[in-house]
Design a binder for this molecule. Structure first.
Ligand code: DAH
Length: 340
């Protein structure tokens, strides 16, 4: 092979190797192997060549052409492989990367405790009902033996919306509504909900708070049923080692009435700051439904008896989660709420 062809081959191989993409390779191919390419130009010289050289030169030229075609084919494959590898690595998933959490909502501590408390009563066979937040004086006061001279009826304590319409100050009116609606025992309900009082706001008072009312009415219901139910409730909510204490109290709508306390959840009864050194924490009011209240709702107190109770949901939430200021439950500060 003559020097010129050797040079041509060296140039062509270098150009093929240098091609970095398919289109560059295509250009190189045209330059050397195309119709007017370098090889073609050499072919054209064959005609003028003396016959003695023509055969050898033609052979060398054809062999060279073959080698260059092979080299471009090989380069093409190499470029394709390289492109594929690049694509695969760009698309690959690194499953070892740490994930990220989607922000999720959560239940307000009051809602959680509300559910927890109702679940305990549902398990004991109670139905859950709700009554209106706007009440009349009859349901909120009179039917519950809170007569017009009663200090609790002081307008200072209630939000009136006009004559004879007020925001309920307690969930007890639901007792009357349920008995009226059912018409006859047995009644076994709890009624959770919001209540409203015109209290000055401080760490333990809020104008809006939550209660859950309980009412059981049937033949032969006794204080024993009341004690067993509330003792079981206290253990379910605060732990099985919790003791319950029942002491006489007064509510106009129950007779006899009692105040229920649990052994202190912090000190267990020894005396500490939370229980004010008494060992006990008052958590609810209860009693046997006053005969007049049964009558007011259309039930015959000679045939039926019942017990009722009222639990502060906020108070239970504050005890369960060691919250020392009721306002935290209403300010919707995310730094506080995110802890639950
Ligand atoms: N309604 C009472 C209050 O708001 C709580 C209460 C006490 C409800 C005794 C009752 C009960 O049903 O028997 O303070």
């Amino acid at each position: 092979m003559n020097e010129e062809l050797e040079k041509l081959e060296a140039n062509a191989v270098a150009a093929i190797q240098a091609a970095d993409s398919n289109s560059e390779l295509q250009d190189v191919k045209v330059r050397f192997l195309g119709k007017k390419g370098e090889i073609g130009k050499q072919m054209a010289t064959l005609k003028e060549m003396p016959h003695s050289q023509r055969k050898a030169f033609g052979k060398a030229l054809n062999e060279l052409k073959g080698r260059l075609i092979n080299a471009t084919e090989e380069k093409k494959k190499e470029l394709e492989e390289k492109a594929l590898k690049k694509k695969i690595s760009a698309e690959s998933l690194d499953i070892t990367l740490p994930g990220f959490r989607f922000p999720t909502g959560r239940l307000h501590p009051l809602t959680r405790v509300w559910h927890e408390i109702t679940d305990v009563f549902i398990a004991m066979g109670f139905d859950v009902v709700e009554g209106p937040e706007i009440e009349t004086e009859w349901y909120n006061f009179e039917a519950l033996n809170l007569h017009s001279e009663h200090p609790a009826r002081d307008e200072q304590d209630s939000f009136y919306l006009g004559e004879n319409r007020l925001l309920r100050t307690q969930t007890s009116p639901v007792q009357i509504r349920v008995m009226e609606k059912m018409g006859a025992p047995p009644v076994q309900i709890v009624a959770p909900g919001r209540v409203f009082r015109r209290d000055a706001t401080d760490a333990s008072h809020s104008p809006v708070f939550h209660q859950i009312e309980g009412l059981v009415v049937d033949k032969d219901i006794t204080m024993g049923h009341l004690k067993a139910t509330l003792e079981a409730f206290n253990k379910e909510i605060f732990g099985k080692d919790i003791l319950s204490r029942f002491r006489p109290d007064y509510f106009p709508f129950t007779e006899p009435s009692c105040e229920v306390a649990i052994s202190c959840i912090i000190c267990g009864g020894e005396g500490c700051g939370l229980c004010k050194r008494t060992g006990w924490i008052e958590i609810l009011g209860a009693g046997m439904v006053h005969p007049q209240v049964l009558k007011n709702a259309g039930f015959d107190p000679k045939k039926y008896s019942g017990f009722a109770f009222g639990i502060g949901i906020d108070r239970v939430a504050m005890l369960k989660y060691s919250i020392d200021d009721i306002r935290l439950l209403y300010e919707n500060d995310m730094r506080f709420l995110k802890q639950f």
